[in-house]
Design a protein around this ligand. Structure first.
Ligand SMILES: [Fe+2]
Length: 227
């Protein structure tokens, strides 16, 4: 996560937080797509199952993203902030926001259950509203994290610490997880940001991503959202 530095020639403008911005943007993008898709008037049972499957993927990514922050990132940052109440309060806010998302996520789960059972409208419209509610709540958290928490992390962690955290996180995702994760966050990304993020994993991951994972993602995304 951390070999990317702002100000480095040809480096990404958002520096070492590039990958986290891309993850946040993937959540915002796919929740918007998902709400629009379930609102469609002609949703077959097969289509509802396909969309529910993608919701499960988003939910897993969100769970993993927040778990890494709560279990690994904040414990790394917190000891550096001894006596700095304002910064410590930002970390507490992040944890509280993660917890407060759960009922909204469960609401979408319930909406998908009704949608699969009843199909079409008005279940689709009701589900779209639940997705938008969850997206709005998540959006507030992501904005707060980018605007208030990134500066705290940036100040607290050295380059080496940031690097070690990034490597441990990448290892936890593994090759199998990377196969879906990287193409998903690169959907719509600027080439300079994609390139910067791909300098982090070992060379085989870069090659797999370019020649196998991204072409596969493109085919799946076309089937899911329309070409
Ligand atoms: Fe977060």
């Amino acid at each position: 996560m951390a070999t990317i530095q702002p100000g480095v020639p040809d480096g990404p403008p958002r520096g070492r937080f590039t990958i986290v911005y891309l993850i946040h943007e993937a959540f915002r993008r796919d929740l918007t797509r998902l709400a629009a898709a379930v609102r469609d008037k002609d949703v077959s049972t097969a289509r509802a199952t396909q969309l529910a499957g993608h919701w499960d993927f988003i939910k897993d990514q969100l769970h993993h993203h927040h778990q890494v922050e709560d279990d690994s990132l904040w414990p790394l940052v917190r000891p550096k902030l001894s006596g700095r109440d304002e910064q410590l309060a930002v970390l507490e806010l992040m944890e509280a926001q993660h917890r407060s998302l759960e009922p909204y996520t469960k609401g979408v789960d319930g909406g998908f259950t009704s949608f699969a059972r009843l199909g079409g409208q008005p279940a689709g419209e009701e589900l779209a509203r639940k997705i938008e509610e969850m997206q709005s709540h998540l959006g507030t958290h992501l904005d707060d994290e980018e605007q208030r928490c990134f500066p705290v992390i940036d100040e607290a962690l050295s380059e080496e610490e940031f690097d070690a955290f990034g490597k441990a996180t990448a290892k936890a995702v593994g090759v199998r997880g990377s196969a879906r994760f990287f193409p998903w966050i690169f959907d719509g990304a600027q080439p300079v940001e994609r390139h910067a993020v791909l300098t982090m994993p070992p060379p085989p991951v870069r090659l797999l991503c370019r020649f196998i994972w991204e072409p596969r993602y493109t085919r799946r995304a076309a089937a899911l959202w329309g070409a």
